[in-house]
Design a protein around this ligand. Structure first.
Ligand SMILES: [Zn+2]
Length: 144
């Protein structure tokens, strides 16, 4: 299907899941890329087509997340399933330091998002400061 799925398909919640999966793995400018594409997590060739992804995975049960059975392997039909946010957190490999700046990920410095995603609180705050600056029309200070 050249040019991507038909417009109606883009409204499916699974389409957002598919899109952000590909962003994390393939877009070096995505902020989650270091934890995915940056450490060799890929998307199977079949799943470059949203329809194949959707047929393989089926509809996402409400509140479930896409999870990889083996965290060191890529996204594919064999390695993926829908799980609750809690199951997904349990299955994550323990991360002790944040990838961007190496802050220690103590419980006090961990932001647990509603979708189960854990993030360095220091970096999350910095990201949001930049985002607010952008939103309010100031030029954000870009630090590496
Ligand atoms: Zn950090």
């Amino acid at each position: 299907m050249p040019g991507g799925p038909r417009v109606g398909l883009r409204r499916l919640p699974e389409y957002e899941v598919w899109k952000s999966m590909r962003q994390r793995c393939l877009n070096v400018r995505n902020r989650d890329y270091p934890d995915y594409g940056g450490r060799g997590i890929s998307v199977s060739a079949e799943w470059s087509d949203f329809l194949v992804f959707y047929q393989d995975m089926g509809p996402r049960p409400d509140g479930y997340l896409l999870d990889r059975r083996n965290n060191d392997e890529g996204y594919s039909k064999a390695n993926c399933r829908w799980v609750t946010a809690l199951e997904s957190v349990k299955n994550r490999r323990p991360i002790t330091h944040c990838k961007r700046k190496g802050h220690a990920l103590t419980p006090e410095n961990t932001k647990l998002h509603a979708n189960g995603f854990r993030q360095c609180l220091t970096c999350w705050r910095a990201y949001h400061r930049d985002w607010m600056r952008q939103k309010h029309g100031h030029v954000p200070k870009v630090t590496k």
